[in-house]
Design a protein around this ligand. Structure first.
Ligand code: BGP
Length: 469
């Protein structure tokens, strides 16, 4: 197809995460993860034990319906499917020495289905799914021992699946740890919050673990391509004042450091300044420094929104619904959850990351959460989600612009390619899918799947390799 900027072999697909899709939270030996005690998503308190109102315990029952779901992905023409492996299915408590064979067998079945349909797997090793035992008995990633546990887990996956899975992501949105310590780092949050020293030490441990996974992959699965995964968010100065530009630079540095470490293999100077100014002394061994030099093959990221930033304390009102700080941009519309919609921002962040790191880029999350209404059209149940088609179309047009700018983009996996439980709200009513799932926030529903209008639209985009945009 000539009239498209997307290269031959561009990987079109969709993305999900184990804790948001699978359900079967305690099936076949699976241990609890932090998600199983987070019935209210990012902002709500954790529960002592799993509670019936936690929609993730059942999810959309993908654990039993995976063959039907993957067949629907294949019907859209997916070339790639991003999913996560639930750490506590493989190591139920996280600190065992031997894996849970039934957990490995489930993901063998997933890979069998993908292979049957010729869909490339893209596996997230840890997607906000730290085993609860590691959180409660070790303090999560504040504890250096987690590096060893993660290393054993990653090695097990590479040894078992390394010949079948080409693309791997080490941690989902590794730059969210400072903002969501329990969800992202399995760090119990005491009254008064987690001391910054511990948060930054946890960040260091995850970065070392990510680099060790990369080193192991080179050894055990030489064909594998390992990427880091960050939450991307272009930041605009609220005014053209130089002070606002400095505020943007400093906020940007807070996110760019993760990609810098993964691609350059060492902490940049601006980060060392941050530590000095915060009075934080990281415990970094010579082995850590050597580990960090094992850099990634590609950089992947999620993209939903952009934010603004200002140096003026009087204007520093955090953007609604955004866990990563910043202020609202008065020139942009927001979604119902306050996420500011900015397709051009995707072109900007693609250029920024490419110019900075010169590594192939993979967009592994992008989508619009919305309260879809199931209706009947010509006797078929569906959702007329023209708003989602418009959002995705506008964003993909900007991916095409970035490719014309010379940016190397490996692929695009739309987030929540089937309705699943939202991470931030822990609800099902914030729907992203091309496929509607009949289950409500009250947990009732048939769990039947229905193709939305965007299902056919995306199939056309994939079939035409982007020419239909
Ligand atoms: C990202 C997570 C995903 C997904 C997405 C959408 O931060 O990596 O797991 O949940 O956000 O967010 P939400 O589900 O909160 O609307």
């Amino acid at each position: 197809m000539t009239n498209t900027p997307f290269p031959d072999g561009f990987l079109w697909g969709g993305a999900t995460a184990a804790n948001q899709i699978e359900g079967a939270y305690d099936a076949d030996g699976k241990g609890l993860s932090v998600q199983d005690v987070m019935p209210r998503g990012i902002s709500g308190p954790r529960s002592e034990t799993p509670t019936a109102d936690n929609l993730k315990l059942v999810g959309i029952d993908h654990y039993h319906r995976y063959a039907e779901d993957i067949a629907l992905f294949a019907e859209m023409g997916f070339g790639v499917y991003r999913f996560s492996i639930a750490w506590s299915r493989i190591f139920p408590k996280g600190d065992e020495t031997e894996p849970n064979e039934a957990g490995l067998a489930f993901y063998e079945r997933i890979l069998d289905e993908l292979e049957k349909h010729g869909i490339e797997p893209l596996v997230t090793i840890s997607h906000y799914e730290t085993p609860l035992h590691l959180a409660e008995q070790y303090g999560g990633w504040t504890n250096r021992e987690l590096i060893g546990f993660y290393e054993r887990y990653a090695r097990t996956l590479f040894e078992r699946f390394g010949s079948r899975v080409k693309y791997w992501l080490t941690f989902n949105e590794i730059n969210s740890l400072l903002h969501a310590p329990f969800m992202s780092g399995g760090i119990p949050i005491p009254e008064g919050g987690v001391p910054e020293q511990q948060l930054y030490q946890a960040m260091h441990h995850e970065l070392v673990a990510s680099a060790r996974a990369t080193r192991i992959a080179r050894e055990v699965a030489p064909e594998a391509k390992v990427g880091c995964m960050v939450l991307s968010m272009p930041i605009y100065p609220l005014t053209p004042s130089p002070d606002d530009a400095v505020a943007v630079m400093e906020a940007d540095h807070g996110n760019l450091v993760y990609g810098d470490v993964h691609t350059r293999g060492a902490y940049p100077g601006y980060f060392l300044r941050t530590l000095r100014e915060k009075g934080i002394e990281l415990d970094i061994t010579d082995q850590d420094r050597d580990d960090l030099t094992h850099t990634v093959d590609f950089v992947s990221f999620s993209y939903y929104m952009s934010i603004a930033e200002t140096a003026d304390p009087a204007k520093k009102v955090a953007g609604e619904g955004n866990i990563m700080g910043g202020v609202s941009n008065p020139t942009l519309e927001a979604s119902e959850w306050g996420w500011q919609i900015d397709p051009v921002g995707l072109r900007l962040v693609l250029n920024q990351f490419w110019d900075r790191w010169q590594k192939p880029l993979f967009i592994v999350e992008n989508g619009l959460g919305a309260r879809d209404q199931l209706v009947e059209v010509d006797g078929e149940k569906t959702v007329v989600d023209d708003y989602r088609i418009a959002y995705l179309n506008d964003h993909l047009v900007q991916v095409g612009e970035a490719i014309e700018d010379g940016v190397e983009v490996l692929g695009y996996t739309s987030w929540g390619c089937i309705d699943i439980v939202s991470a931030s709200t822990a609800q099902l009513s914030k729907r992203y899918g091309f496929i509607y799932v009949d289950r409500g926030d009250d947990g009732t529903g048939s769990l039947d799947r229905y193709r939305k209008k965007s299902f056919g639209w995306y199939a056309d985009v994939i079939r035409s390799n982007g020419a239909s945009l």
